[in-house]
Design a protein around this ligand. Structure first.
Ligand code: SAM
Length: 273
C-alpha cells in the first residue's frame, strides 16, 4: 500500500489511528486525545457520522448471525477487524457455535494487543497483525493457515475497510487473491462508503464534502456502486444485493428517518459457487 495512506503500524499516541478514531465514533474508551480531535473534525463535516459506525456494526452482527446460525458457517476471517468492542464477530458466531473459529487481522498493533489480552482464554479466536493489502502475507500467516481450513467454506469480511485503500492500490484488484483462495460455498461480506453520483445530486455533494473531512484521518474514499460491486468479483450476491445497510435484512421496520450520512455506505454479501 502507498506509504502516504498506510495506517500507523506502531502505537503512537501523537498520531491518529483509524481503529482508535472508529472506537471514538462508537463512544469507546480506547482512544487518545489526538483521535478525539480528528473525530471532532469529522463530525464538523458530518454531525451524524457516529450513527454510521453504529449502523455498520449492526449490519456486521446481522450478517455473522445469519451465516453462523442459518447457513452453519463456522470459520471467519475478519480483515480490518478493529478494536474488540462489544458484539464482535467471535461473540456473535460463538454464541451460536462455541467452536466457531475466528481469525482477526488488523494492521494496527493496538487492536492485536487489546484483542490478545481480552481473549487469552478463547482458544477459537486469534489475532494476526498484518496489512490486508498484501493478500499473500495474510493468506500465508501461520495463525491463518493453522486455524482456518481452506478446504471448507468460510466467511471473509471486509467491513468498513476497503474505503481506506486508495485507488492507486486497486481495492478491487487486491480482493482477487482472497476470492481465488476461498473454497466453494464461502461468503464475502463488504461494507464501503458510497458516492451515489448522478443518482442523487444532494447526497453526491454531501459525500464529496465528507470525503474531504475524512482526509483529517488520512483516508476514507466514497466510491460509486459499480466500483464497490467490482470488489466481489464474480460472486453470486445474496438477496437483496448491494444495498444501503438498513435495507439489508433490517431487524424491523424503521423507527425514524435515516440521517443523510447513513445513506452513504453500501453493504452486501456474495457467495462463491
Ligand atoms: N471491521 C470493523 C467494523 O466494521 O466494525 C472495524 C472497521 S474500522 C473503520 C477499519 C479498520 O481497518 C481499522 O481497525 C484499521 O486499523 C483497519 N485497517 C485499515 N487499513 C488496513 C490494512 N491495510 N490492513 C489491515 N487493517 C487495516
Amino acid at each position: 500500500m502507498s506509504e502516504a495512506h498506510l495506517p500507523s503500524t506502531a502505537i503512537d499516541p501523537t498520531k491518529p489511528s483509524i481503529a482508535r478514531v472508529y472506537d471514538a465514533s462508537l463512544g469507546g474508551k480506547d482512544n487518545y486525545e489526538v483521535d478525539r480531535q480528528v473525530w471532532e473534525q469529522i463530525k464538523a463535516a458530518a454531525p451524524n457520522q457516529g450513527a454510521v459506525s453504529q449502523m455498520n456494526r449492526r449490519w456486521l452482527v446481522r450478517v455473522v448471525r445469519y451465516l453462523a446460525e442459518e447457513v452453519g458457517i463456522d470459520q471467519f476471517l475478519d480483515l480490518g477487524s478493529g478494536l474488540p468492542t462489544v458484539e464482535n464477530t467471535h461473540q456473535v458466531a460463538q454464541y451460536h457455535n462455541p467452536e466457531a473459529r475466528v481469525v482477526y487481522v488488523d494492521i494496527d498493533p493496538i487492536c492485536n494487543a487489546h484483542g490478545r489480552a481480552l481473549l487469552e482464554e478463547n482458544e477459537y479466536t486469534h489475532f494476526v497483525e498484518a496489512d490486508f493489502t498484501q493478500p499473500a502475507t495474510v493468506l500465508e500467516a501461520p495463525d491463518v493457515t493453522r486455524w482456518l481450513d481452506f478446504d471448507r467454506p468460510m466467511v471473509l469480511m471486509q467491513c468498513g475497510t476497503l474505503h481506506h485503500v486508495p485507488d492507486e492500490d486497486d481495492p478491487a484488484g487486491l480482493m482477487r487473491p482472497y476470492l481465488d483462495a476461498l473454497p466453494a460455498g464461502s461468503f464475502v461480506a463488504i461494507t464501503h462508503f458510497w458516492d451515489p453520483g448522478e443518482e442523487n445530486a444532494e447526497l453526491h455533494a454531501f459525500a464529496r464534502n465528507l470525503e474531504a473531512g475524512l482526509m483529517h484521518l488520512g483516508s476514507g474514499w466514497f466510491r460509486h456502486r459499480s466500483e464497490i460491486a467490482a470488489m466481489f468479483g464474480d460472486l453470486e450476491m445474496l438477496p437483496p444485493g448491494l444495498t444501503e445497510l438498513e435495507e439489508w435484512w433490517p431487524a424491523g421496520p424503521p423507527a425514524r428517518e435515516l440521517h443523510p450520512e447513513q445513506h452513504l455506505i453500501l453493504g452486501g454479501v456474495g457467495r462463491k459457487r
